[in-house]
Design a protein around this ligand. Structure first.
Ligand code: MN
Length: 361
């Protein structure tokens, strides 16, 4: 038996023991066909992940909005894991070979807070707390700013403080804020600052302000299964179709979950916009903005075919690895990254090179 084959079997056995060990992992690793054991792939030189969440005691109540999306007994298990910045989190990273994690508050956080002053105050508090944790592990953790989008100017100022003083990598926004989407002109002040700072904004899913009739009697479709992709991809469409990226060409957003279905839609978006009742005239075809103003992560989608589509549609420079810890299994995600059927140049780009460039790490 070759060494490669022996290693494969040993790894496969180890995987079987801990398969599905992600807190909310509903899947187990499929056994690889025997022939794959002989395929040599270069390991990622580094692994950077950037949709990796935490929670603080003051923000657990806001999680109730997300809690409705999944089975309650699973959700309760996740809070202690989210709350740990130390040994538990680092152990999972070390065991799976994750070198660096950009941490973000598990949503929706203060974005559902009706009191704007309180939202602004708590967002600042969350960012200071995160900075304290990053300072303890500066070679392992980075951060995305939590932002009170109820006050666009305050959000812009807080983003600037987080980037310049706390050395964060950008910001994360959990969908709409009290019914307002980011293409609203009141956010021009925010996008202008994003452009000036040269950082990316991770547009993370959140629930919409209303519950469309289409989801009636289907709690199974609500949340990460389906409605989050519709909501978040539509949010990105609003930014494109409203000309936000014409006004702020240097603004960049990041979409998780392999682009929330966006990579497969580009041809049709370009084709059908031409016959639509467009309200705004945008300068270029939608796919151009997707490739120039949007990057995506692989969080929660460990699929070779989806990755190849994303790389081809978005361009190799625009796809980054992520896990969505602790809602997804780190082991499943990293094992897939190592073995995915893409070129080794693509694998290095996805594993760390693009994140290092886009997040200026
Ligand atoms: Mn997430």
């Amino acid at each position: 038996m070759s060494n490669q084959r022996r290693d494969f079997l040993r790894n496969a056995a180890a995987s079987a023991v801990v398969a599905g060990s992600g807190i909310l992992s509903g899947r187990t690793l499929a056994a690889a066909p025997a022939s794959e054991a002989l395929v040599t792939r270069s390991a990622p030189q580094r692994v950077i992940a950037l949709e990796e969440h935490f929670i603080l005691p003051e923000f657990v109540d806001y999680l109730a909005e997300t809690k409705q999306n999944i089975r309650p007994e699973l959700f309760d298990k996740v809070v202690p894991v989210l709350s740990d910045f130390g040994t538990g989190r680092l152990k999972v990273m070390d065991k799976n070979g994750v070198d660096f994690a950009v941490l973000s508050l598990s949503g929706p956080g203060v974005q559902i807070e009706p009191d704007t002053a309180r939202a602004v105050r708590l967002a600042r508090y969350a960012n200071d707390r995160l900075a304290t944790e990053i300072a303890k592990q500066p070679t392992r953790y980075g951060g995305f700013a939590h932002l009170a989008m109820q006050d666009p100017k305050a959000a812009a100022d807080e983003l600037e403080r987080c980037v310049k003083q706390l050395k964060f990598q950008g910001g994360m926004i959990n969908g709409e804020t009290l019914g307002v989407y980011l293409d609203d002109r009141r956010y021009d002040v925010f996008w202008q600052r994003v452009e000036q700072l040269g950082v990316a904004i991770y547009l993370h899913p959140g629930n919409p302000p209303d519950r469309p009739h289409m989801y009636q009697d289907h709690p199974d479709m609500w949340g990460p299964t389906w409605s989050w992709a519709v909501e978040t991809c539509s949010h990105a469409m609003r930014l494109i179709f409203s000309g936000t990226f014409d006004r702020f060409p240097g603004a960049k957003i990041i979409l998780g979950h392999m682009g929330e279905t966006l990579p497969i839609q580009l041809w049709r978006l370009d084709s059908r916009l031409k016959i639509s009742n467009a309200k705004y005239q945008i300068k270029r075809e939608p796919s151009w903005y997707v490739r120039n103003n949007i990057a995506i992560t692989t969080s929660g989608v460990c699929s070779d075919s989806a990755l190849r589509c994303a790389l081809e549609a978005m361009g190799r420079d625009n796809v980054m690895f992520s896990i969505d810890y602790p809602f997804e299994s780190s082991e499943t995600a990293v094992k897939w990254l190592r073995e995915a059927d893409v070129s080794d140049a693509d694998r290095q780009a996805v594993a760390w090179r693009n994140a290092a460039r886009i997040l200026k790490l």
